[in-house]
Design a protein around this ligand. Structure first.
Ligand code: ZN
Length: 332
């Protein structure tokens, strides 16, 4: 959300205001009864959100009691995010960092080093499902990656921050509701003076997510097809929750699938009478289009909501996904 320069300016302003506050406290005859929250100079609690779904959640649960700084800019695929020095410095100041261990290795490492006591790992709030293995021969297509250690070449390289579970937990609204509740508790602990507000908004957000979960469950109950072929395997939780089968062309959004994997997916798609191959907003649809052509299917966009949707928010993007799935899976 915030550009480097505006973040720097904001930090400088925060520093100046902190000085003014200290001066005022030293000279004032009586206390002002200021809020005991740490973080933002305007008295609001500073929350840093690693990627869009958590940014949305932090804004909902935090309301006007927080300022939310996002680490991933809109339109940026979050997995390979690298943090700027200003963003890393910001982690030293913030009251809470909401992240999901396993989505962004750079964030996992920065939280460990700079905000270990203020990290909220949303994955700890839910029952996770096992990660998909990289498909044999999957090749990383990303160029100019200098971050040594990032999982590459079909995940053959062992990465210190690899996790054994699928980290895309937000694509199951029932699990995401549990994250909302947990985030409300963490904010209440970080800023006890306003605990009631955090808990109230967390409950409201969890209720909205539970309602969305009900819509998806109902909307996907009577579909004649249940296999979804996706560009990258982000939809494991959605599949798990609504009893669909995900067939991912690749695990890594930037990986190029091997010819063998493509042939394998084509075979499954034909067998399952798949008529739609799903592409996603931030990943090139080229491979999916070739596959669709080969099996006589069409393509449609299914949004993994890894970044802020161009229109609407998390809730409306999930409802668009429902409509897309209903058309593709021939649901009644
Ligand atoms: Zn992903």
């Amino acid at each position: 959300m915030m550009s480097d320069s505006s973040q720097r300016i904001r930090m400088r302003v925060a520093g100046v205001l902190a000085g003014v506050t200290a001066l005022a406290a030293a000279t004032a005859a009586c206390g002002s009864g200021s809020a005991d929250s740490v973080g933002a100079a305007d008295g609001r609690t500073e929350v840093t959100a690693a990627l869009y779904p958590l940014e949305w959640l932090a804004e909902r649960v935090g309301g006007s009691d927080v300022t939310v700084t996002a680490l991933t800019e809109p339109g940026v695929e979050p997995h390979d995010l690298e943090l700027t020095p200003a963003q890393v410095a910001g982690l030293e100041q913030t009251s809470l960092v909401a992240y999901i261990k396993g989505v962004q290795p750079a964030v996992d490492e920065a939280v460990e080093q700079h905000a270990a006591d203020r990290g909220f790992d949303a994955a700890t709030a839910v029952a996770t499902i096992a990660a998909e293995e990289a498909h044999e021969g999957e090749e990383h297509a990303g160029e100019g990656h200098e971050d040594e250690g990032h999982e590459d070449e079909g995940h053959e390289e062992e990465h210190a921050h690899d996790v054994s579970y699928d980290p895309h937990i937000w694509l199951d609204p029932s699990r995401f509701a549990a994250v909302a509740t947990a985030l409300g508790e963490r904010l209440a602990a970080a800023d006890p003076a306003r605990a009631a507000g955090y808990r109230e908004r967390a409950a409201k957000t969890a209720a909205d997510l539970t309602a969305l979960d009900g819509e998806l469950a109902e909307g996907l109950a009577g579909c004649s097809a249940r296999s979804i072929v996706t560009s990258h395997e982000a939809f494991g939780y959605l599949a798990d929750r609504y009893k669909l089968t995900q067939v991912g062309i690749s695990v890594d959004p930037e990986a190029e699938p091997s010819p063998a994997r493509l042939a394998e997916v084509a075979e499954v798609a034909k067998r399952e009478k798949v008529t739609t191959i799903f592409t996603e907003t931030l990943v090139s649809p080229k491979v999916a289009e070739v596959l669709a052509q080969e099996i006589g299917a069409t393509t449609a966009v299914l949004d993994p909501i890894e970044s802020r949707p161009e229109q609407g928010d998390y809730l409306s993007a999930m409802r668009r996904n429902l409509t897309t799935l209903q058309a593709a899976l021939r649901c009644t």
